[in-house]
Design a protein around this ligand. Sequence first.
Ligand code: 3SL
Length: 238
Amino acid sequence: MQVFIYHTPELTPVHTLPDCAVVIDVLRATTTIATALNAGAEAVQTFSDLKTLMQVSDTWQPAKRLRAGERGGAKVEGCDLGNSPLDCTPDLMKGRRLFISTTNGTRALQRVEESPIVITAAMINRQAAVNYLLDRQPETVWIVGSGWEGGYSLEDTACAGAIADALQEQSGQMAIGNDEVIAAIALYRQWQNDLLGMFHSCSHGQRLLRLHCQEDLKYCANIDSLDVLPIQKEPSIL
Ligand code: 3SL
């Protein structure tokens, strides 16, 4: 298994695809997606734009759907939810489809959606992603961070490093595809005992703190707390 890390969707190569793409948006889209599925959502359908989200979800029975929209960290008017994983309770999610559009995470998913296998990961389901990769042994793996509006996000790269670190330790035969893998592992090791501290330092964590989302940050820092793996069933549906 050869692993490559790309910090943002914009930095991923354009004329080729991996056997398996792992999309990461620790704060908070892929944490929310994992939590929704773990809470019993029937599926999560992702959209890069809100207009399409509204059109597609309109064709769904109102009792069987939830619309989640986030821009700039805040909930979009007209949606049922923003992008807080803490809203994804079993009471709300069970048997419903979550239609979601976020600033960066859903765009990153779209960038690699044609890959034969697409999974999403965050700190909370890091080990579930690692177990899947160890079991399936895809030849090439791209771990793609969502970043923020084209820029690098510390927490996504640290999560990519957390996955690569575990793959290296647990498989003993992971090949390093690019220098970003070495850098991301070093970054993760620097922060592994204080993920919450990292979230408080990084720019998107600070944006979320200004929006009073400190409980979300705590939740997102709970590494390996959920044994759930979102796997794309068809483009944009997990
Ligand atoms: O950018 C995204 O996709 C979101 O996860 C951002 S936020 O954490 O909801 O603000």
